[in-house]
Design a protein around this ligand. Structure first.
Ligand code: PMP
Length: 399
């Protein structure tokens, strides 16, 4: 097969979109008006697909500290953490993350994606076993593949299936790494973490939780699902991202295993990529301090999430299993999803379009993400836009 032949299926899919007159993959935010509004195609649009869960992207403190860092330390580090790219700010952020999670170790990476690649591939190798929830993010799958370990997928949020697979492993289960997410990115459901912790302890396995979508969202202090479930001290590794609640870019891993520090020396995605810029690190540090300072942003986020979830439910839409910052609306087919997505944009609403393979089990979704920065009126506008969509079978028969 010629190199370019592999792209023929992509070309065919793109042609299909052209025929529908819809181009969802080239949406340009021509002007960013606020954390919840942008100008798209010359029109003011309400953003409901951003992952800006706490709405911190325009917070004055984050902007001010980023500007100061930009002026005093320059635009970029131009090097990897391992070489010239570690500044005092990177180390300070690692100390702050460790303290926030009550852990002894922390590593800051350039993105959440490369944090997963680096940590998984450094911890595991050929001969090891990794058990991952079937709905895990692409970066977790890629990290597993890079490691060369044996990969076993267990059924999504199904502890009994995890248990069965661990049992079959015999002695190998003691050294296995289990990987789950706090809140799953597409359906917005939470892992049954207390049960997973019980199973991992029973077999003596290790547990890694990706809290990308739950940091700042769950737990008394916003530390994620492990905090909410009271099992922070039982999780071996927490990974996460700065690109959602913290409103910037970057990733991290924290742990109480002193060996995490050695991961730096074994992680290609830590060694061979440039470190986050000083401005990025400064705004992450401010955002983390804001997250720690109180619960009002989290409370507002949850008010909005419940308002949207119950409103859509009342309209008869089939939704992901539980309310949260990610509210997934099931659709029937790719074509219907595209048409609804375009109709929402036409009404001045941006949500995420999710087509296979992004959603689990070949599903198609309109994925809404909620922010603490949304006003109740904006949530109501969103609900109104959904109610104006053509009545389709995505709404339950009772309506
Ligand atoms: N893990 C999960 C569960 C995610 O959803 C994402 C991003 N969507 C990542 C990791 C990667 O994060 P980043 O954007 O920082 O690369």
């Amino acid at each position: 097969m010629g190199l370019f032949e592999k792209l023929e299926s992509v070309a065919a899919a793109r042609k299909g979109l052209e025929e529908l007159g819809i181009d969802p993959f080239h949406v340009v935010n021509e002007e960013i008006l606020s954390p919840t509004e942008a100008r798209i195609n010359g029109r003011k649009v309400l953003l409901a697909g951003t992952n800006n869960y706490l709405g911190l992207t325009f917070h004055p403190e984050c902007i001010e500290t980023a500007c100061q860092a930009l002026r005093s330390e320059g635009t970029g580090t131009t090097g990897s953490r391992m070489a010239n790219g570690t500044y005092a700010g990177h180390n300070a952020l690692e100390r702050e993350l460790a303290a926030f999670f009550g852990c002894s170790e922390a590593i800051v990476f350039s993105t959440g994606f490369v944090a997963n690649l680096g940590v998984i591939s450094a911890l595991t190798g050929p001969g090891d076993v990794i058990l991952i929830d079937g709905d895990c993010h692409a970066s977790i799958y890629d990290g597993c593949r890079m490691s060369g370990a044996d990969i076993l997928r267990f059924r999504h949020n199904n502890p009994a299936d995890l248990d069965k697979r661990l049992r079959r492993l015999g002695d190998r289960a003691q050294n296995a790494l289990i990987i789950v997410e706090g809140i799953y990115s597409m359906l917005g459901d939470q892992a049954p973490l207390a049960e997973i912790v019980r199973i991992k302890e029973q077999y003596g396995a290790l547990l890694m939780v990706d809290e990308a979508h739950s940091l700042g969202v769950l737990g008394q202090r916003g530390r994620g699902l492990a905090e909410a479930e009271g099992c922070l001290d039982k999780v071996d590794f927490i990974v996460g991202t700065f690109s959602k609640s913290l409103g910037t870019i970057g990733g991290f891993c924290v742990s109480n295993h002193p060996e995490l520090d050695l991961v730096r020396y074994a992680s290609r995605s830590y060694i061979f990529t440039a470190s986050p810029s000083p401005a990025t690190i400064a705004s992450v540090r401010s955002a983390l301090a804001l997250l720690e300072a109180g619960t009002h942003l989290r409370d507002k986020l949850w008010d909005n999430a419940r308002r949207l979830y119950s409103g859509l439910k009342q309209q008869g839409f089939e939704l992901g299993p539980q309310p949260g910052p990610v509210v997934a609306v099931y659709t029937e087919s790719s074509e219907q999803t595209l048409r609804c997505w375009a109709a929402l944009l036409e009404q001045g609403i941006y949500v995420n379009l999710v087509l296979p393979p992004a959603a689990p089990d070949g599903k198609t979704l309109l994925r809404c993400s909620v922010s603490a920065a949304h006003t109740s009126e904006q949530i109501d506008r969103l609900l109104q836009a959904f109610s104006a969509l053509p009545q389709t079978t995505t709404r339950t028969a009772s309506l």
